[in-house]
Design a protein around this ligand. Structure first.
Ligand code: HEC
Ligand code: HEC
Ligand code: HEC
Ligand code: HEC
Ligand code: HEC
Ligand code: HEC
Length: 151
């Protein structure tokens, strides 16, 4: 069975695997009660929370809850190559222990990946990592160079 890919602007491609679901389910578990086989009307997460689409089962009882964002919207770590200062690895997994997607992607970053590089001077004024790495929320970008830049 074909794997379905939803192009979600805000999170990147999100896939639904028929074969993973068919290990424990029949076609009739979803068709045509929850999904028509053709393209269905797109739903948002608020509608899923009310039991539509994936939310019919991903409710924390029949299967894992909708709060486990990265199980459906996978994220990669971001590697910044910086000449002269040592590369920086940004870990989504580490930060997601304390934050949700919106905490960074509502205002700091686009989900479409890297746009214009941010300088340390801009970070000191609160851009990018500097929005939190300001000595109040997390260790400051004015020091601690080697906690981010690996040499
Ligand atoms: C756990 C739920 C689930 C089960 C079980 C399931 N499907 Fe689907 N199916 C979906 C979803 C979700 C889509 C995507 C609908 C959309 O694009 O809006 C889909 C799409 C389809 C499509 C149209 C897209 C394509 O691949 O061309 C066909 C055909 C289809 N399913 C057949 C089946 C058959 C046959 C079975 C049983 C062998 C089955 N499905 C079992 C959820 C399910
Ligand atoms: C009819 C119930 C049902 C529906 C509808 C459903 N799921 Fe699932 N899903 C399950 C169950 C049950 C499992 C396996 C048990 C578990 O891991 O909790 C599962 C497992 C998964 C997994 C982990 C397995 C894998 O593919 O690697 C993902 C990801 C997933 N579902 C995504 C989705 C998405 C996206 C949708 C909507 C397009 C959806 N599911 C709709 C019941 C459902
Ligand atoms: C069970 C799988 C699943 C989980 C868990 C999940 N999503 Fe989604 N999400 C989807 C699918 C599939 C779509 C696309 C649905 C469509 O277009 O019909 C989507 C769409 C979206 C969208 C675009 C629509 C909207 O609501 O604005 C955003 C943003 C989003 N998800 C964020 C999140 C966040 C944040 C979390 C965790 C709190 C999360 N998702 C958890 C499957 C999931
Ligand atoms: C602590 C901040 C933070 C949180 C929380 C966060 N992100 Fe990110 N995200 C980033 C940064 C930083 C980048 C890289 C931006 C750049 O290109 O400079 C990024 C890039 C991305 C990209 C771009 C493509 C890629 O993989 O490189 C996607 C997609 C993405 N994030 C999805 C998510 C989703 C989904 C969540 C929630 C589950 C999330 N992010 C939570 C900071 C965050
Ligand atoms: C939304 C707030 C927020 C943003 C944005 C953010 N961080 Fe963090 N980061 C934190 C917090 C909170 C901690 C843990 C507290 C501490 O160690 O001071 C942390 C810890 C870290 C750590 C230490 C991880 C470890 O393994 O100990 C590194 C490295 C890091 N961040 C890099 C970055 C980089 C690089 C960026 C920008 C691309 C960034 N962070 C953006 C809040 C954020
Ligand atoms: C919280 C993590 C973090 C800390 C702490 C940090 N940096 Fe950075 N730095 C980055 C990231 C991420 C980039 C790349 C940003 C981009 O490309 O958008 C960067 C870029 C740079 C650059 C290239 C851009 C520019 O401003 O010229 C230099 C040089 C640099 N850092 C030096 C330093 C020095 C020196 C320190 C300590 C005083 C430091 N950094 C502390 C994360 C950090």
């Amino acid at each position: 069975m074909r794997q379905i890919t939803y192009n979600v602007k805000e999170t990147g491609p999100t896939t639904f695997s028929h074969s993973a679901h068919l290990k424990t389910m029949q076609c009739s578990s979803c068709h045509n009660t929850i999904f028509k086989p053709g393209p269905n009307k797109r739903v948002n997460m608020a509608e899923m929370e009310k039991g539509k689409s994936c939310g019919a089962c991903h409710d924390g009882k029949k299967s894992f809850a909708l709060s486990k964002c990265t199980r459906c919207h996978p994220v990669k770590d971001r590697s910044y190559k910086i000449a002269g200062a040592g590369n920086v690895e940004f870990s989504h997994a580490f930060h997601l222990e304390a934050y949700g997607c919106k905490d960074c992607h509502a205002h700091l970053y686009s989900h479409r990946g890297h746009k214009k590089a941010v300088t340390m001077a801009e970070m000191e004024k609160g851009k990018s990592c500097g929005a939190c790495h300001d000595s109040k929320t997390a260790f400051t970008v004015k020091e601690n160079c080697d906690r981010c830049h690996k040499v």
